[in-house]
Design a protein around this ligand. Structure first.
Ligand code: SAM
Length: 482
C-alpha cells in the first residue's frame, strides 16, 4: 500500500464499515494469554460484535467464554480496557483504516486495526503500551489466526505508516465531523440542536472515562466516616454528594472496603439524586416501577423503612434486584410485570411515592457505556419517548392524592426529558409540578463551576445535594397529585 493509493480512498463512516460486512467464526488462537496480542484479538472480537448490535458487556462475556477460564481470567482486564477505548474512538479509528487501507480488509482484520490504531492514537501520557509493542502484537494477533495470517504484512504496513504521519493524520481526521466527535452524525446533530452552547463539551465529556463513585449506605456509615476508612486503606477519595464518595482512581469492587458487606455500592452521583428527591419516609408505600438492577431501590431502602414494590419487566434482570438487596441486607417485594399495564401486577393499593426510572436512550451514560452510541438508531428516540408516555400514563392513577411521582431518565435528549415533563403536566390536570433537579448534563472540569451555580442547593428534605458536578447525564421531574 502506498501513500498515493491511501490518498485515493475516501474515509468511511463508522456504524457499519465495509470491513465489518460479515462476522466470521474464528479459528483457534495460539497466543500467550497475558500478551497484548491476545488482548487485541479479544477486543477486536468484542468490537466486531458491537458492530452487529450486541451490547458490549454481552460481547465481552462471549469473548471470555470462548477462552478457557484461566486464559480469560488473565486477559479479561486488558480485553475490556482496549474494547472500551476503541469504542470511544471508533469513528476516528475507522476513518484511519479507510484512509490507510486501499481495499476494505476482512472484518476481523479491520477490527484488530481499529483497536491497534486507537492505542497508537493515545497521547504519550495516557498511552497504555509503547508504540512498537502495539505494532508487534497486532501483527502477532493477526498471524495467530490461520485464516488471517496472510494479512500480517498489511497490518504491519498500515500501523507503521500511521506512526510515520500520526499527528497529521489525526489532525486531518478532525475535519470529518463523525471522526472528530466519535458519535453517529444524527447523535451529534441532536446534541448540538438541544445544547447549542455546550454541545462540544457534552460530546467530549462522553468520550472520557467516568469516575468511580460510591454510595455510602446511610444505615451503616456516613460519608465522613467512610472517607476515614478509605484513608486507612490508603485509597484516595473525596466527598461527591450527600451519600457520595468518589475514588481518585477506579478500583475493582473486591478491593473496596465494605463493598461485599453492603457498606457501599457503586452508583453515579447523578443517579444518587433519585432516592433523595423521591423523599420517601418511614411507613410509606413506594413503587420503584422500572427497578432492575436495583441501584435506586437499594438507596430508597437505605434512607427509610418503607413498604417497597420493585417492579421489572425483564425476569432475568429482576433477579439482580434480589442479589443487590441481599448484599445490602434489605428487602423489597420484587414483581415481574409491565409498568404500562398495572393489571398484570398491581394489587389495587395506591402508592405514596412512585419512582419511574423509565427505559430510555441512555444517552447520558455514554462515558460508562461507549457502545450505546453505536447501538442506538435515530428512530429509537421517538419510540422510547412513546413508551415513556405509555408507562407514565399508566402509573399516575396509582399515586395517592397528595402523593408524588418522580420521573427519571439517564438521557440528555429533551424528547426524553423536559418535553416529556411538559407533556405530562399538560395531560394531567391533577398533577402539580414540583421543584426537582431537571436536566443534568455531564460536563468537563472547566465547565464545572458554571454547572455548580446552576444546580439546586437543597433537596426537598433540606439536605445538601453537594457541589459536585462530575456526574452522568440525567433528567428529573417531580409531580404531586392534587
Ligand atoms: C433505567 S433502567 C432502571 C435502573 C434502575 N432503576 C436502577 O437504578 O438500578 C430501566 C429498567 O426498566 C425495565 N423496563 C423496561 N420497560 C419496562 C416496563 N414496561 N415495565 C417495567 N420495567 C421495564 C428495563 O428492563 C430496565 O431494567
Amino acid at each position: 500500500m502506498t501513500q498515493k493509493s491511501a490518498a485515493r480512498r475516501q474515509p468511511k463512516q463508522p456504524a457499519a464499515p465495509k470491513h465489518a460486512a460479515r462476522q466470521a467464526r474464528l479459528s483457534a488462537l495460539h497466543l500467550v494469554p497475558e500478551s497484548l496480542g491476545f488482548a487485541l484479538d479479544g477486543a477486536a472480537q468484542a468490537v466486531g460484535a458491537v458492530r452487529y448490535g450486541t451490547a458490549l458487556p454481552a460481547a465481552l462475556a462471549a469473548v471470555n467464554a470462548s477462552s478457557n477460564a484461566a486464559h480469560a481470567a488473565m486477559s479479561r482486564g486488558a480485553v475490556q480496557d482496549i474494547a472500551y477505548r476503541t469504542l470511544r474512538r471508533l469513528a476516528t479509528a475507522d476513518w484511519l483504516v479507510a484512509k490507510l487501507v486501499r481495499k476494505a480488509p476482512a472484518a476481523h482484520v479491520g477490527n484488530v486495526l481499529s483497536c491497534a490504531l486507537t492505542l497508537l492514537s493515545d497521547d504519550a501520557d495516557t498511552a497504555a503500551y509503547a508504540p512498537f509493542t502495539v505494532v508487534d502484537q497486532a501483527v502477532e494477533a493477526i498471524g495467530a489466526r490461520r485464516e488471517f495470517a496472510f494479512a500480517k504484512g498489511l497490518v504491519n504496513a498500515v500501523l507503521r505508516n500511521f506512526l510515520r504521519e500520526r499527528d497529521a493524520l489525526l489532525n486531518e481526521s478532525r475535519v470529518d465531523r463523525v471522526a472528530r466527535w466519535n458519535y453517529p452524525a444524527w447523535w451529534i446533530d441532536a446534541v448540538e440542536h438541544a445544547w447549542p452552547d455546550r454541545w462540544q463539551d457534552i460530546l467530549e465529556s462522553g468520550n472520557r472515562q467516568g469516575p468511580l463513585t460510591l454510595r455510602v449506605n446511610a444505615r451503616r456509615s456516613t460519608v465522613a466516616a467512610y472517607l476515614e476508612t478509605l484513608r486507612a486503606h490508603q485509597i484516595d477519595a473525596r466527598e461527591a454528594g450527600v451519600h457520595a464518595v468518589r475514588l481518585a482512581t477506579p478500583t475493582p469492587v473486591e478491593r473496596i472496603p465494605g463493598f461485599a458487606d453492603g457498606v457501599v455500592s457503586v452508583q453515579d452521583a447523578g443517579a444518587q439524586l433519585a432516592a433523595q428527591w423521591l423523599g420517601a419516609r418511614d411507613g410509606m408505600r413506594v413503587l420503584d416501577a422500572c427497578a432492575a438492577p436495583g441501584g435506586k431501590t437499594g438507596h430508597v431502602l437505605e434512607l427509610a423503612d418503607v413498604d417497597l414494590v420493585a417492579l421489572e419487566s425483564d425476569a432475568s434482570r429482576a433477579a439482580r434486584i434480589g442479589e443487590n438487596l441481599a448484599r445490602l441486607g434489605l428487602k423489597a417485594d420484587v414483581r415481574i410485570g409491565d409498568a404500562g399495564d398495572p393489571s398484570q401486577w398491581h394489587d389495587g393499593a395506591a402508592f405514596d411515592r412512585i419512582l419511574a426510572d423509565v427505559p430510555c436512550s441512555a444517552s447520558g451514560i455514554v462515558r460508562r457505556h461507549p457502545d450505546i452510541r453505536w447501538l442506538r438508531r435515530e428512530s429509537d428516540i421517538a419510540a422510547l419517548a412513546a413508551e415513556q408516555r405509555r408507562i407514565l400514563a399508566a402509573l399516575w392513577p396509582l399515586v395517592k392524592p397528595g402523593g408524588e411521582l418522580l420521573y427519571v431518565t439517564c438521557s440528555i435528549f429533551p424528547e426524553e426529558g423536559e418535553l416529556q415533563a411538559q407533556w405530562f403536566g399538560g395531560a394531567h390536570e391533577d398533577a402539580v409540578r414540583l421543584d426537582a433537579p431537571g436536566q443534568l448534563v455531564p460536563v468537563l472540569a472547566r465547565e464545572a463551576a458554571t454547572a455548580a451555580a446552576e444546580r439546586p442547593s437543597a433537596t426537598p428534605l433540606g439536605q445538601r445535594t453537594g457541589s459536585d458536578t462530575d456526574h452522568d447525564g440525567f433528567f428529573y421531574a417531580r409531580f404531586q397529585k392534587r
